[in-house]
Design a binder for this molecule. Structure first.
Ligand SMILES: NC(=O)c1ccc[n+]([C@@H]2O[C@H](COP(=O)([O-])OP(=O)(O)OC[C@H]3O[C@@H](n4cnc5c(N)ncnc54)[C@H](OP(=O)(O)O)[C@@H]3O)[C@@H](O)[C@H]2O)c1
Length: 295
């Protein structure tokens, strides 16, 4: 079926990749805070903090909404908790109310909903984030579930390349630092299970085309756990750049950072079991990022 898909957060790292990925398969409607987006033919600037979402929904008339928009900077969330709540949580209530009941809403949530002592978190595990960011995303899950039908909560950790020029995420920061010979420190005591935005797009395509995980939460991340240090080393090795610029660091020494669990790992075996697919590990993820950066 050729769905009409509304993608929020279209100027963001994941939103940009989803637009590129789904534009050939579906009719894509993109929204963000930008006046225009060079890679989106149907784009509407829309501030998600407003009360009335009807102009957005009437414009896109979506069969599916993939909601990626969020206030993602942990320190900014700590400094502006009310705004974080508005953007990351109340938006889900407004989307749920405004969209037709037949519209499927996929919400991109995060590993950050889990408490500090979590490890390889499963879908049914207890959530209790210690950060404003995590709490606001968790509340977003709560609001979406009030809708009671046609929703899917995808908890993930992502790495990727921004489509919008000038934006720099974790991957671009590592790569640009290596190219400029600037030293960086990566945490060897922070564990995570990130998936590339492209691989997440492939997984979302499976979910939509096979109508899976309706009214459920599902975890989608790497099939193995590694540290941020391991990731940076593997990425630069894959790209043929010098790994000498990377220093080992420990998060415990950084007092000013927003609160964040040191073990952010997700267990994605439920997704693998239901879809019969194998999620990528570290090697496949850095290979995909190389393609995203250079092809
Ligand atoms: N990045 C990660 O490591 C990570 C890990 C786990 C989960 N996630 C989740 O994955 C999703 C995508 O993350 P990302 O890294 O791609 O995000 P990102 O690059 O920070 O992009 C955020 C997007 O949200 C939009 N946005 C923010 N406030 C808005 C507002 N008031 N009105 C309209 N749009 C607004 C931004 O639009 P403008 O900039 O144009 O205003 C931008 O398009 C998020 O929901 C995040 O919680 C991310």
């Amino acid at each position: 079926m050729k769905y009409r898909i509304l993608i929020t957060g279209a100027s963001g790292m994941l939103g940009g990749t989803l637009i590129k990925f789904f534009s050939t398969e579906f009719e894509v409607y993109a929204t963000s805070g930008q006046a225009e987006l060079p890679y989106a033919s149907n784009h509407l600037k829309f501030d998600l903090t407003v009360e009335d979402y009807r102009p957005l929904i009437e414009w896109a008339q979506p069969d599916v909404i993939i909601h990626t928009a969020a206030m993602t900077n942990g320190n900014q969330c700590d400094d502006n908790p009310e705004l974080a709540l508005k953007i990351n949580a109340l938006t889900l209530n407004k989307l749920g109310i405004s969209a037709d009941v037949k519209t499927r809403v996929l919400y991109i949530s995060t590993d950050a909903v889990f408490p500090g002592e979590a490890h390889k978190s499963k879908e049914q595990d207890y959530t209790a984030s210690e950060s404003v960011y995590g709490k606001s995303k968790e509340l977003g899950e709560f609001f979406l579930q009030l809708r009671s039908q046609n929703f899917t909560i995808i908890r993930t950790t992502i790495v990727g390349v921004n489509q919008l020029k000038g934006r720099q995420g974790f991957v671009e920061w590592i790569v640009n630092s290596a190219k400029n010979g600037e030293r960086i420190a990566l945490f060897e005591d922070v564990l995570f299970t990130p998936i590339s935005c492209f691989s997440l797009a492939e997984s979302i395509s499976i979910i939509l085309n096979q109508n899976l995980f309706v009214n459920e939460k599902v975890h989608i991340g790497a099939s193995e756990i590694f540290s941020k240090y391991d990731f940076g080393m593997a990425l630069l090795e894959e790209l043929g750049l010098s790994t000498d610029i990377i220093d080992r660091a420990k998060i415990t020494k950084f007092a000013d950072r927003a609160k964040r669990a040191t073990d952010q790992s997700l267990d994605s075996s439920y997704f693998e079991e239901i879809t019969g697919t194998a999620l990528p590990g570290l090697k496949e993820t850095v290979r995909q990022l190389k393609k995203d950066l250079y092809e």
